[in-house]
Design a protein around this ligand. Sequence first.
Ligand SMILES: Cc1cc2nc3c(=O)[nH]c(=O)nc-3n(C[C@H](O)[C@H](O)[C@H](O)COP(=O)(O)O)c2cc1C
Length: 323
Amino acid sequence: MRFGNIELKNGISLAPMAGVTDRAYREIMREFGCEYAVTEMISAKALEFGSNKTSELAEFSSFDRPVAIQLFGSDPAIMASAAARIEQTFRPDAIDINMGCPMKKIVSNGEGSALMRCPDTAGKIVKSVKASVKIPVTVKIRTGWDENDKNAVDFAKMLEDSGADLIAIHGRTRMQFYEGNVDLETIREVKKAVGIPIFGNGSVMSASDYKRMKDFTGCDGVMIARGSRGNPWIFREISDFCENKDYKPPEISEKLDTIHKHMSLMYGYKGSKGIIEARQQLAWYFKGFRGAASLRKKAVTVESFSDIERLIESIPIEEQIIC
Ligand SMILES: Cc1cc2nc3c(=O)[nH]c(=O)nc-3n(C[C@H](O)[C@H](O)[C@H](O)COP(=O)(O)O)c2cc1C
């Protein structure tokens, strides 16, 4: 698949997750075949007010490409100016606009998925961002607000007419948040309705889910969010499937090495704040380990990088059978 200058072999991508898919996380996913990634969402308003904490979210390494930086906001002029600043400062490969976030504090400001109820404003945002940058502008949406207002098809056509280069669609409504069945039918309808590439997204947890998403919807690429937590190997599983190779799940030693590397990256980039955030990541990695409950209990109490190293070293490799 191709959009702008970005070419992806199989379109296997990491979806944005605020508080999860930081720089360290994305770097680990890249090692296992993630072809494209989107940063955590960044507030256009906060960027415009010059928040250092906010711009840290936009940092990425040279091998973490192609990468899109995701912005959220509801004011076309602020979004355009934030996008231009991002392009000049960080040089990402694309700007992604969040029109899917269901969180109350976002939606109540008219941002995220609230924009699906305000197509005029959404169109103005795309047009003004598009006019302010040279790189592709992509948009992440949902199927609609709720069961009675599934407007993704018309909304996607409007985004395309406004200049969007790609649409990623999460097959749930705003009211579903992250639960319930993924509506592949609407993703398929969106794909049929527009000429720009589409990423299908929602509950892809394995190569067979990837195949189902692609076969059913005809989407060009697939975005994976929760299926990658504690399981960067999902990218290897799907790449191997695409290349007709046999997939070998990771041995325990590979798992432990990867966890160690991920934790060092988090600590390296974020210092002690990274340790607090690492607790949740460790808990995801330990899923399926023998003694997972006790490992998770220990994970949520780590206070330092040496605590993390001690915890990893305490896991007896020979006794581990990973389910
Ligand atoms: C903790 C968490 C944070 C998320 N943050 C973002 C975000 O910043 N921007 C965005 O567009 N979507 C965000 N999402 C939505 C995901 O990108 C994705 O659309 C959704 O989780 C469905 O995909 P999945 O079933 O593979 O998890 C988030 C999801 C989760 C679970």
